[in-house]
Design a protein around this ligand. Structure first.
Ligand code: FE2
Ligand code: FE2
Length: 175
């Protein structure tokens, strides 16, 4: 039994505030890609879905008057660092397992190169899954951040991914 569900995370006010700013549809879509990839990479699908869903929770400073400020974003972006910390705090507050919260936070930290030093950084499988899941959903001109989905559909998909995760964990497909 998981101590924190995707629905618990989705409904939290911190998620509604920060994940919605960088795109709820993108977050949900990356959660699904991460879940599917987790099954092939044999990583925990619960951790993958949560990290995928929360990977862009660190965005906020570059959002001005309802639009992303691309110049500021590209020049000074540290959203993976802010996101890792923000997601970790949220998960722990919700009662998440401490090891899970740490692994998810690390996967968020490494989901994109923008906050990493130059050179080859060796990603573990969960971190690779989150990076690939994000790449899969990216669209030209960063339009993946603006895709709209109605809230009823969002909730349906969150409930669906919770069912899928529970099913996978019960079937012993996680490691
Ligand atoms: Fe990102
Ligand atoms: Fe993203």
């Amino acid at each position: 039994m998981r101590s924190v569900t995707m629905k618990d995370i989705y409904q939290h006010s911190i998620t509604q505030k920060y994940v919605r700013r960088s795109g709820m549809a993108h977050a949900i879509s990356v959660a699904f890609h991460a879940y599917e990839l987790a099954l092939s990479y044999k990583v925990n699908p619960d951790w993958a879905a949560k990290a995928g869903f929360l990977h862009d929770i660190g965005h906020y400073q570059w959002f001005r008057n309802g639009e992303w400020d691309y110049q500021l974003y590209r020049a000074y972006d540290i959203h993976p660092i802010k996101g890792a910390e923000r997601a970790h705090k949220l998960l722990v507050r919700l009662g998440e397992d401490k090891q899970a919260a740490k692994e998810i936070a690390h996967a968020i930290l490494f989901h994109t190169e923008s906050a990493l030093p130059e050179g080859n950084v060796q990603l573990n499988d969960l971190q690779r899954v989150i990076h690939l899941a994000d790449e899969k959903d990216k669209q030209p001109g960063d339009s993946h951040h603006y895709r709209h989905m109605d809230k009823q559909k969002e909730l349906q998909l969150i409930e669906l991914i919770d069912e899928k995760i529970d099913h996978s964990l019960t079937a012993g497909m996680n490691v």
